[in-house]
Design a protein around this ligand. Structure first.
Ligand SMILES: Cc1ncc(COP(=O)(O)O)c(C=O)c1O
Length: 401
């Protein structure tokens, strides 16, 4: 579909911002990679064969047969909040159930927080390359977006954040991904986490910490999220999408308790409430205590897939290409040699090899020359042998370039 096709007919008087809507590269890709025979490194999909489908089916059946409230309208389920506080404690975050706010996935969490914090035309501080779902959430507000670059090895350039904040004006919010950054794969170094939180406090800027990948850690040690350092200026966004299944559409926020009533009303306008059936089924699943083992399995499997991709890249990509080892998440960010274009490589890869990935520019807040020769590769959704084969084929194409 071309950009023009997304525009409503001229005769329909839609809001001004709708005229500037762009098609989402990710949605287009979802259609493409659903075609049979396409090997996809394109999207942030978890491995479907690892979903705990049987255990979840048992939990669902139990809820449906024993709990008549599961199919009724209902308020957020307290027991789910209890489980989430326990989960967060494992990541080094202490919070009360009153600070946990349930959402329909991290995506809705982002949307609610932006609606809570941002005025139309307000200022937002974020990275030059960032999660496209966050960019979409901003669109109705037509904000002034101020960006800072990200070091692929250590994360967001905090010195530049400081320079921006010192220069003013004060942003309504700062958006950050501390672990398994999408698209760069990087996790913020401990020193940068402290610096960033100090700046948020000093300049009184709320940080939206988007952390759907934080439970997927592949190294022996990991650093607690920003929320562990501050409970006033860091608004945490979590999700079951990458650790249980995205189809559940359940995530959570951890916010100061005083903001919960406003968030409740904003959410009510959007979808009334969380799906009671899903909340109760997740609780029934979590009550069995299976999650810890499931997370171990996911980490082990995704680590193996990450390592298979790193080893294939070393073997098949040109020596001038570079990348870093992601400690968390689902993506490896690859920088191609000068003069190469990831978009052109993608066209050829799909046409001749039926392999998909996303070119770096898909994540640019603005057009970015460096991102044009970078690619984001997902490693969670293909088995190691598929990864080895796919990267070898991409490497052959690159050699022809
Ligand atoms: C950085 C980031 N934030 C949020 C989301 C949305 O997650 P959810 O499925 O929980 O809405 C994604 C999904 O890929 C993501 O990568």
């Amino acid at each position: 579909m071309t950009q023009a096709e997304i525009r409503p007919a001229d005769s329909t008087p839609v809001a001004h911002w709708v005229h500037q809507l762009k098609r989402s590269a990710l949605q287009d890709m979802l259609v493409l990679v659903s075609q049979p025979g396409v090997l996809s490194f394109a999207l942030g999909l978890p491995a479907a064969e690892l979903f705990p489908a049987e255990a979840y089916a048992r939990a669902m059946a139990q809820v449906l047969t024993t709990d008549p409230r599961a199919l009724q309208y209902g308020p957020p389920f307290q027991s789910l909040k209890t489980h989430i506080t326990a989960l967060m404690k494992q990541r080094g975050v202490l919070c009360s159930e009153a600070q946990v706010f349930l959402t329909s996935g991290a995506q809705q969490g982002l949307s609610l927080l932006v609606r809570l914090l941002l005025n139309p035309g307000g200022v937002v501080l974020t990275e030059t390359l960032t999660y496209t779902g966050f960019q979409q959430v901003l669109e109705p507000f037509q904000p002034r977006v101020v960006t800072v670059p990200t070091d692929p090895a250590t994360g967001m350039e905090i010195d530049q954040v400081e320079a921006r904040l010192a220069r003013g004006p004060r942003p309504a919010l700062l958006y950050a991904m501390s672990d398994g950054h999408n698209p760069l794969g990087v996790s913020l170094s401990p020193g940068k986490r402290r610096q960033l939180v100090d700046l948020a406090r000093r300049y009184q800027v709320p940080i939206i910490e988007d952390d759907p990948y934080g439970f997927l850690q592949y190294e022996s040690s990991s650093t607690p999220p920003l929320r562990a350092l501050d409970d006033q200026w860091v608004f945490y966004v979590g999700s079951f999408s990458k650790i249980l299944a995205p189809a559940l559409r359940v995530g959570w926020l951890i916010v100061p308790e005083s903001l919960v009533p406003a968030l409740e009303t904003i959410k009510e306008a959007s979808d009334i409430n969380m799906a009671p059936l899903t909340q109760r089924a997740i609780v029934a699943y979590l009550d069995t205590g299976h999650l810890a083992g499931h997370l171990e399995k996911l980490r082990g499997e995704y680590r193996a897939r990450r390592d298979a991709m790193l080893s294939a890249l070393r073997q098949h990509f040109p020596p001038q290409a570079s990348w870093h080892t992601p400690a968390s998440g689902m993506f490896i960010w690859v920088e191609l040699p000068e003069g190469m274009q990831a978009g052109k490589l993608l066209e050829r890869a799909i046409e001749t090899e039926r392999i998909a990935f996303l070119p770096g520019q898909a994540f640019g807040m603005h057009d970015d020359a460096w991102a044009r020769r970078c690619l984001r590769l997902n490693f969670s959704n293909s088995r190691p042998e598929q990864i080895l084969e796919g990267i070898a084929r991409l490497g052959r194409l690159l050699a022809e370039f």
